[in-house]
Structure formats: structure tokens, C-alpha cells
Design a protein around this ligand. Sequence first.
Ligand code: TUI
Length: 309
Amino acid sequence: MLGIAYPVFQGGMAWVADASLAAAVSNAGGLGLISAINAGTEAVRSEIRKCREMTDKPFGVNIMLQAPNVAEIAEMVVEEGVKILTTGAGSPAKYMPLWKEAGIKVIPVVASVALALKMQQIGADAVVAEGGESGGHVGELHTMPLVPQVVDALDIPVVAAGGICDGRGVAAAFMLGADAVQVGTRFLVAEECNVHQAYKDKILRATDISTTVTGKSLGHPVRSLKTPFSKSLAKMESDPTTSPEDIMAFGTGALRKAVQEGDDNGSYMAGECAGMVKKAESAKEIVEDLILGAERVIENMLKERMNYE
Ligand code: TUI
């Protein structure tokens, strides 16, 4: 459907996923995605043009639907001839006619069966079913129960996301019925990923219990690394004298500060599998490890687990 060699999407991580990372993943045979949350519509336009110079392979753009300039971005991607879109943090229903008219493959990220069904009904080409193991804005369900329920409910392809970080996770996603996977956290440390070195170091040092979810009280649950910032945020949320506006103000701009400045008062969004990310590699090495690792465990499974000769 998308013209990619391997069923691996790179997450369209806000402030992180630029032309450099997206082109590297697409050149490796996966689907690179540029995040449209960035320094404005024109900056995203220029990343799209840059990416096109860096790869002749398919790539896409991720649109975060709560972005203030989302209507402008929705038009801009059509003008730029973008062929593949993913969306997150809401329903893209309003923009569907425009994008379908332009022949764009639209792949919304969903966190429930209800939204997945609605997306299929309004013409989505596939969905990404994202579990709460993911970094960033998360839903309530987790990958293991979410993916098979979405697969059973839909006729269109399903991409599994949330907690997938190596070949075992890719194989597990296929076992759940997914047609492809989306991986974010592991690409944070890719050589072609332009986040601040302090961000990469925090991911490389993370353990299994290094992430936490804040923002539930605001209706914006976000998974990030435990830092002084996340602890302050959690404390504000449990303090009845702190208003939601104060908490919002405290969180505003925190992701950008982490990504660009490596600031300790930033929000280091990351998935639960941060503890499995042990070394910096090229995007190509990551894509190959995901695919070859999956092949290896799938091939050995019947022999090792089911006593087949
Ligand atoms: O969107 C994401 N992950 C994100 S967006 C983001 S940007 C941000 N920046 C600062 C603060 C907070 C966020 C960081 N990470 N993932 C896709 C995703 N979409 N996960 C869950 C959902 C979702 C949840 C509910 C999609 C739709 C939905 O339904 C609500 C509705 O409107 O029906």
C-alpha cells in the first residue's frame, strides 16, 4: 500500500522527527515520518522539501490534531504533495475529505476500538493502534489487549505501536494480528536523530521503571522520563490548591526545552521500552535489527516453545 520494503514506521515524534531522521528511516526501507509540531507551518514545509532531497523513498508527515496551526498544516501538506499522513491526539474527520480528494493515504493513530471503527468508516487507509506503553500523549489501553481488539473490529490494516523496541516486540505485534509496527523511543538515539545529546543520554541510562504518566488531571496524560520536572508536575497535580491553568503553564514548552536545550526542566517524553535502548546506532541498523530480530524469534518459536522438531 505504501511502497515501503519493511513494515516499520518511525513514530512522528513532536519536535524530534525532522527531515534528517525521516529520510534515514525511509532510506533504510521503513516509513520515515516528519512531525508537523515544530516551529510553525513554513518550517514544516521546508522539512518536507529537505526530506524529498534526501530520499527518493516514500515518507510521511504526522499531524498532531491539537496543534494550534492544524488547519494551516492540513492545507500545506496537500500543497506540498505529501502522499502519506498519520494523525494523533484526536479525530481527523474534519480534514478527511480534503486529504482523500488529494489522494493521500491517511493513517490515524487511535487508542480505542470506537475511534478505530469511526476512522475506517470515514475512509482511513489503515490505523495505528497505540498502547499506553508509548511515550508522549497516551490513551488508557495497552498494546497487548488494544491491538487484537482493533484487528478484530477492522477490515483495513492495523499498525501496532507502544512498547515495541526490538525484534521480539515486532514478532509479538505480528502475533497479535498487526500488519506493521511503529517505533518511536528507539529512534530517539539514532545517529540521524537531532535531539540534544542530554536527551539521548537519558534514554540510554533509563531502566524499566524510568517513565511515568503525568497530566491525567488535565485530560492530557503524557508518558515521559521521571525527572525533577515530572516530579514537580505530579506534585502540582496532587495539590488541590494548584489550578489546572497553573499546571498547563508549567508544562507549556517543556518538550521543546528537552529536545533542543537538554534542559533539566524539560519534558523528556519516552516510552516504557526506554530501558531496552542500550546503544546509539544508525537508523538503518535499527530497522535491520527490528526485522532480522523478528525473523529470528518467529523462526525459532515453534521449535523452542512448542517442542516442534
Ligand atoms: O499523539 C500522540 N502522541 C503525542 S502528541 C505529542 S505533542 C504534545 N506536546 C506537549 C504536550 C502534550 C503533547 C506527544 N505525544 N500519539 C497518538 C495518540 N493519539 N495517542 C493517543 C491518541 C488518541 C487519544 C484519544 C487519539 C484519539 C483520541 O480520541 C479522542 C477523540 O477526539 O476522539
